[in-house]
Design a protein around this ligand. Structure first.
Ligand code: AMP
Length: 286
């Protein structure tokens, strides 16, 4: 029997969180941190399990960060399932869940505007102005509070990982960032809280996004733009999928890879598309 089961602490106050973490640190324990916006699914739980494999104590935050929403309607529609999220985390034996209200977390409105250069210029950063500034501010503030040794992020949000790595390097946060593989449903659709808004037919249609990524990765053409054109052609022929962007990128700089003669050290093909009015993103790292 796991002795930690059912002992998860739900914390709202910053000072309590800081005290608890400093007790653990004094005892020489390592802290693993998984930041989330809740509505937890198997993708989030996988991050928690990976953290548990590496660290003595696990902190999960559940906070829907208004600063990273550039669309008030999207923020209002964001699912909130605090009770069932806590049950799931209790079942995993997480030590502490930090779930502040917006007012607890932001006692004033931050004025800072973060620009990550090329890392945040394209893809999600271009389509969602201000999004990564909001992500950077919330993650920096969470890192100050939780003071983790390791923090776990999903490759599903690949540009977010690049943004956080830039934040940590440029501001010298003493934390190791762990990028964890994307968890998918049986048909290949990347798990996301937004999938709940898709009909069963929409899910089947959305599964083609992963097929398109696999097609691009397997394309025999040495020209990255050619493989993107072929994949976009495949999706367009299906009907019902509106592609917002599809690009090959350098996973560190997030710059678009176009020159066949100069492939990046690590590359990924990234897509954003709309299915049944739901915006979905996915990528495949090669
Ligand atoms: P969110 O609650 O959407 O802010 O996501 C919290 C963390 O879970 C982020 O690091 C995401 O990248 C990660 N995540 C979300 N979906 C998945 C997934 N399908 N597989 C792996 N990680 C994920």
């Amino acid at each position: 029997l796991n002795p930690k089961l059912n002992t998860v602490e739900i914390v709202i106050q910053k000072d309590f969180l800081k005290d608890r973490v400093s007790q653990w640190k004094k005892a020489g324990e390592t802290i693993g941190f998984v930041p989330t916006m809740g509505a937890l699914h198997e993708g989030h739980l996988d991050l928690v399990r990976r953290a548990q494999a590496d660290c003595n104590r696990i902190v999960v935050s559940i906070f829907v960060n208004p600063l990273q929403f550039n669309n008030a309607g999207d923020l209002a529609k964001y699912p909130r399932h605090l009770e069932s999220d806590q049950q799931l985390l209790r079942g995993l034996g997480v030590d502490l869940v930090y779930a502040p209200s917006t007012e607890d977390f932001y006692t004033f409105h931050p004025k800072l505007n973060l620009d990550f250069g090329s890392v945040s210029a394209g893809l999600e950063g271009q389509m969602r102005p201000g999004h990564f500034s909001g992500v950077g501010i919330v993650v920096a503030r969470l890192f100050h509070l939780v003071n983790p040794d390791r923090a776990y992020f999903g490759a599903k949000d690949l540009q977010q990982v690049a943004v956080i790595r830039t934040l940590v390097r440029d501001l010298d946060f003493p934390v190791k960032i762990i990028r964890c593989p994307t968890v998918r449903g049986s048909g290949g659709l990347a798990l996301s809280s937004r999938n709940a808004r898709l009909s069963p037919e929409g899910i089947v249609l959305a599964e083609n996004l992963f097929k398109a990524l696999q097609l691009a990765a397997a394309d025999p053409s040495p020209d990255p733009s050619e493989s993107i054109r072929n994949s976009i052609g495949f999706l367009t022929n299906l009907g019902g999928i509106d592609i917002e962007y599809m690009h090959w990128v350098n996973t560190e700089t997030m710059e678009i890879w176009e020159n066949p003669a100069a492939p990046p050290p690590e590359k990924a093909v990234c897509i954003a598309a709309w299915v049944e009015g739901v915006r979905l993103i996915d990528n495949l790292i090669c």
